[in-house]
Design a protein around this ligand. Structure first.
Ligand SMILES: [Zn+2]
Length: 365
């Protein structure tokens, strides 16, 4: 018995020592988390309506689990041992008083949720990842507080990557030339990694408006049960267009990039369609996915149109985009207006409903 106690003491001391090191790194993580949550709470509506689960899961998985178990107070016996004696006491009291089966499963469900949600960094092993030049940033995954539908939508606030135009990336993964002219002319094989975007006539940068739009759309989608992967969850994210696309490819069911066009006629909304050029449509991953891009684009325009949004022409303009050229999931660049368009709160709210209606219809919901 005595031997056993000594053994336990030694083990406990070992765990405490190990925990000490972990706590140091956990502190670093916590500072990140608090910065993020202050960003999230700056929008009052999100803070009240949604339970935003954010944790830094990109660093070390071990560190994160330590952090989670200390805050969530649920799982492993190691946690109890790693706590200080008072905390351990609290922990055991909690376990004694809590109703067994149901409570525990509910709690562990929450813990799983928390583990799944959080920052999603760039994985260099992903397909096409090696084509990206800027990828030190992370996307952030949000989940609805109520039971969700399990579908993750990547919401990509266009632009907002400092230094993004000083780097160039391949337009197509096979190195072939661009087939349409846009910001980059047809025939070019490289384009800026991610451009600065335009400035509205009222002086607001496009990247500011796309981020505002992304936040409003996030709230709308969460309320409809979708998970939302915010590709840019702040004024800047160090992810180029390829990195944004590859992160969406590997973590979402659809990718919606939000933009406003650089014309000055308030011409209305449209999506960037897949160019009707054989060589382009037969190149992978375009060949396997272009029909899905087109279907998603049409759904979004239908949703917006039904909601009273002005639509440009037939709601479609052909464009050979980096996003489309590297997308392996249904993926659309939607232009919600131009430099002259209103981008006030009510307009963004209405646009978000139209886009969400389009997403619902695409997923048959
Ligand atoms: Zn744009």
């Amino acid at each position: 018995m005595r031997k056993k106690l000594i053994c336990q003491a030694i083990i406990l001391a070992g765990i405490l020592a190990a925990c000490g090191t972990n706590n140091k790194s956990a502190k670093v993580d916590e500072s990140n988390v608090s910065v993020e949550s202050s960003v999230a709470s700056s929008d009052g509506r999100e803070a009240t309506d949604m339970k935003v689960v954010k944790k830094n899961v990109t660093s070390s998985k071990e560190e994160t689990s330590t952090q989670e178990s200390t805050t969530e107070a649920t799982t492993a016996p190691v946690t109890t041992a790693a706590e200080t004696s008072t905390e351990a006491k609290k922990e055991s009291e909690k376990q004694e008083t809590s109703k067994p089966e149901q409570e525990t499963s509910k709690k562990s469900e929450e813990a799983t949720k928390a583990k799944e949600a959080g920052e999603i960094g760039f994985d260099p092993n992903w397909e096409y990842a090696s084509f990206s030049k800027i990828h030190s940033g992370s996307a952030v995954l949000y989940k609805p507080s109520e039971k969700g539908n399990g579908i993750t939508i990547a919401v990509n606030a266009g632009h907002g990557t400092k230094g993004g135009s000083s780097q160039k990336t391949l337009c197509h993964p096979d190195g072939s030339a661009k087939v349409t002219s846009g910001t980059t002319k047809a025939g070019a094989t490289t384009a800026v990694a991610v451009s600065e975007g335009m400035t509205f006539e009222d002086g607001t940068p496009e990247s500011t408006v796309t981020y505002e739009m992304a936040k409003v759309l996030k709230a709308e989608l969460l309320s409809r049960g979708y998970n939302v992967l915010m590709i840019r969850d702040g004024s800047d994210v160090q992810l180029d267009n390829i990195a944004r696309t590859v992160i969406a490819n590997n973590n979402a069911a659809a990718h919606i990039a939000l933009h406003w066009d650089s014309t000055t006629s308030n011409k209305g909304a449209f999506y960037m369609g897949v160019p009707e050029v054989d060589s382009y449509r037969s190149m992978e991953p375009v060949a396997s996915n272009w029909k899905k891009h087109e279907a998603l684009g049409k759904s979004l325009i239908n949703g917006l149109s039904a909601n009273g949004t002005k639509i440009f022409s037939k709601g479609r303009m052909e464009m050979d985009l980096t996003q489309t050229s590297y997308s392996t999931i249904p993926s659309i660049d939607i232009e919600l207006g131009d430099k002259k368009s209103d981008h006030g709160k009510d307009t963004l709210k209405n646009l978000s409903k139209g886009i969400a209606d389009g997403i619902d219809s695409y997923f048959g919901r």
